[in-house]
Design a protein around this ligand. Structure first.
Ligand code: SF4
Length: 274
């Protein structure tokens, strides 16, 4: 029996928009995946880095977290290199800051790595432990980029135009000597579009949950979607055969065709806590 309201993160929204059936497998049925161990290791290392920065912020000892961990040392050196550039002393700075918003019967929650609140502007900073992607369109359109400023605008006095989200990439690219960043602005047009898309997705989720409780599984993506090719549930979903080689189903609705999202890469998923 599912109880309401469900607490949803940007990771849940990404899963839903990628494939509702995958959301069911991972969130409702709590099925493990063959790559779970490797993915968990990446998540754990990313979480340790966030913990390291939080301890640094609180002026607590960080040496134990850096000891014998070359990767962690590299990320932290990168952070130290750009810290004076990142940290704006004219703002109130809130590390690991949680906010939530009730919408359409769900509790949407975010955790900002660092929130910098100025008189006339607010910046959401997010730490990434992979190199800056060459193509950033997926980052501009993903649910983290959309949900984080949306919730800040809804839970503060800042106008959407006063909010920006900044991603910092601490895993150096071979061509770079310093960490790079990507700043994405926000405005009321994006805010209205996010509200509309969120409401539509959450309304859809309510329908799927009601059907699921009646024994109907969440919909799969259509055969034409690329999501199945790299999905751990391909065999369970009978999608293990390449669509071109298989007889396509006669009716295969593309449930996610009109949802504003992309198919995340493994690197993205690894950064997305559920
Ligand atoms: S195999 Fe395809 S339909 Fe099944 S969960 Fe994965 S993405 Fe969805």
């Amino acid at each position: 029996m599912i109880t309401y309201p469900l607490r949803l993160t940007q990771g849940h929204l990404t899963l839903l928009a990628t494939c509702p059936r995958k959301f069911q497998h991972l969130v409702l049925d709590q099925l493990g995946t063959p790559d779970a161990i490797e993915q968990q290791a990446r998540l754990l290392q990313g979480a340790r880095f966030h913990q390291l920065l939080q301890q640094w912020w609180l002026q607590l000892p960080i040496a134990p977290l850096l000891q014998s961990d070359a990767q962690m040392q590299g990320w932290f050196q990168s952070f130290e290199q750009v810290a004076p550039q990142i940290l704006d002393p004219a703002t109130a700075q809130q590390p690991e800051s949680d906010r939530s918003l009730s919408l359409a019967g769900y509790l949407l929650t975010v955790r900002y790595d660092l929130l910098m609140l100025g008189t006339h502007h607010a910046k959401i900073l997010d730490w990434k432990t992979y190199p800056r992607p060459q193509a950033t369109r997926w980052l501009e359109q993903n649910w983290q980029t959309r949900l984080y400023p949306f919730i800040l605008a809804e839970t503060s006095n800042y106008a959407p135009e006063q909010i920006a989200i900044v991603y910092w990439f601490f895993q150096a690219d071979v061509t770079e000597t310093t960490p790079s960043h990507l700043t994405l602005t926000y405005d009321r047009t994006k805010h209205a579009a996010t509200r509309q898309d969120l409401t539509r997705l959450l309304t859809q989720l309510t329908t799927w949950l009601e059907q699921y409780q009646a024994g109907v599984p969440f919909p799969q993506v259509g055969w034409e979607a690329a999501a199945c090719a790299h999905c751990s549930f391909a065999a369970r979903c009978d999608r293990a055969i390449a669509p071109a080689a298989a007889d396509p189903p006669t009716a295969s609705p593309n449930w996610t065709a009109d949802l504003p999202n992309h198919l995340p890469t493994l690197a993205e998923i690894a950064e997305i806590p559920l």
